[in-house]
Ligand binder design. Structure first.
Ligand code: HEC
Length: 143
């Protein structure tokens, strides 16, 4: 009797969890827009969505500068490794904002880094800069 009861409770819990998961999937599917930063909320914040959509081809999924297009860039001008905390700590948020907004040349780097002005809103760029800080696990130290 006890066993049946425990099995019953177990099955109920599994069923309940399955319903929860499928409901969530339906909600995401209904929105249907996987390119919306909203989709990524809770999975690294809105900045992660911006990053996944715009930066991964060059900077790579994990931000290590190893995206599929990285190989097209000459040595010394490869997409930045955003997990390099030592380098990233030398850049203030406003420097990173400028690099993304106006492109590499605006911050004395190569034009391989495109300008996202007009493509991304200021808010999206701020969000993605916040995400860069997550990738580098660093803050601006000035050095
Ligand atoms: C077409 C490829 C490409 C894309 C797309 C791209 N980048 Fe870059 N990025 C580069 C390259 C190449 C560099 C290195 C430039 C250099 O060092 O001369 C770079 C450098 C940077 C830097 C460092 C600037 C500095 O001061 O050293 C930041 C920050 C950056 N990218 C952020 C981003 C973000 C955020 C996105 C997405 C919104 C993005 N990049 C999309 C190619 C790209």
């Amino acid at each position: 009797m006890m066993r049946i009861l425990i099995t019953g409770i177990f099955l109920f819990v599994v069923f309940f969890a399955a319903v929860q998961v499928s409901e969530r999937t339906v909600q995401a599917g209904e929105k249907g827009d996987y390119t919306s930063p909203e989709m990524w909320k809770g999975a690294g914040g809105a900045g992660k969505g911006v990053y996944m959509m715009n930066c991964v081809p060059c900077h790579g999924e994990n931000g290590q500068g190893d995206g599929p297009l990285a190989y097209d860039f000459p040595e010394g001008q490869k997409p930045r490794n955003h997990t390099d905390g030592k380098y990233m700590a030398t850049k203030a948020d406003k420097d990173l904002f400028k690099a993304v907004n106006e492109g590499g040349e605006a911050v004395g780097r190569s034009s391989g880094m495109p300008a996202f002005k007009g493509l991304l809103s200021d808010k999206e760029i701020k969000d993605v800069v916040a995400y860069l800080r997550e990738l580098c696990k660093c803050n601006y130290t000035g050095k």
